[in-house]
Design a protein around this ligand. Structure first.
Ligand code: HEC
Length: 211
């Protein structure tokens, strides 16, 4: 991985940590969510915020990352997992086409990582409540560039993150498919390779990819 990516990724973890620290540790509304037998489509409040997709824990699981900063750690006492989920309709469409359809919603949930607990002696497990939730929404008519990021601030409110935020540039420059980090989603990367939907910037960064 190049030094430039390493640096950019360090910004990612700093931003993530800032969000995480702001979160009350006990907020875990996801179990109270409605049944998942209906199809999901994003909806918004009148001022343009997203209605948080609280049922995301019933969606399709894509990956977990542990302390993904790719830098010598400058916060050694803080260890964190992120878990990524996709709504089922979007996942099914990706399997068929290697692309995200309009109205795709991807959720990144952060949880603290622990070593000591119960019978565990080595390795990390996920502990405690949710430390932060961020959402990536594809809504082509609504957002310039087709996608927007939201920060889930409470059970009823997910605030729109402005276009100038580093979220957009890192995802745009380094995400393997359509501003998303499919290179880290093991069930999806082979599909994108087969369907030849990997982004030009990703192929340039990782010349062995897609071959
Ligand atoms: C320096 C690069 C970088 C920056 C900046 C960044 N991210 Fe990401 N983002 C990543 C990586 C890498 C992943 C993959 C995580 C994994 O594999 O567990 C990711 C995944 C995500 C996902 C899961 C869906 C997807 O698009 O792949 C969401 C949601 C997300 N980030 C939101 C945000 C938000 C909100 C911000 C700004 C506050 C942000 N990111 C800033 C690198 C970045």
């Amino acid at each position: 991985m190049s030094r430039r990516i390493l640096f950019l990724c360090s910004i990612f973890i700093v931003v993530m940590s800032a969000f995480a620290l702001r979160w009350p540790l006990t907020v875990v509304p996801v179990h109270a969510a409605a049944a998942n037998d209906k199809s999901y489509s994003p909806s918004y409040t009148r001022n343009g915020d997203l209605v948080p997709p609280l049922e995301y824990r019933k969606w399709i699981y894509l990956t977990s990352g542990l302390d993904m900063s790719y830098l010598p750690s400058n916060t050694p006492d803080m260890s964190m997992f992120d878990n990524v989920f996709a709504n089922r309709e979007a996942y099914d469409s990706f399997l068929a086409n290697g692309k995200w359809p309009d109205k795709t919603v991807l959720v990144l949930e952060a949880r603290s990582a622990s070593v000591k607990g119960s019978i565990n002696k080595n390795g990390h497990f996920q502990s405690g409540g949710v430390m932060g939730i961020e959402v990536h929404v594809k809504d082509e008519k609504r957002f310039p560039g087709g996608w927007a990021f939201f920060d889930v601030a409470s059970e009823t409110k997910a605030t729109l993150i402005p276009l100038k935020a580093p979220c957009y540039s890192c995802h745009q420059d380094h995400g393997a498919v359509d501003t998303t980090f499919v290179q880290f989603y093991p069930t999806l990367l082979p599909i994108a390779e087969n369907k030849a939907t990997l982004s030009k910037s990703y192929l340039k960064e990782s010349p062995a990819a897609g071959k």
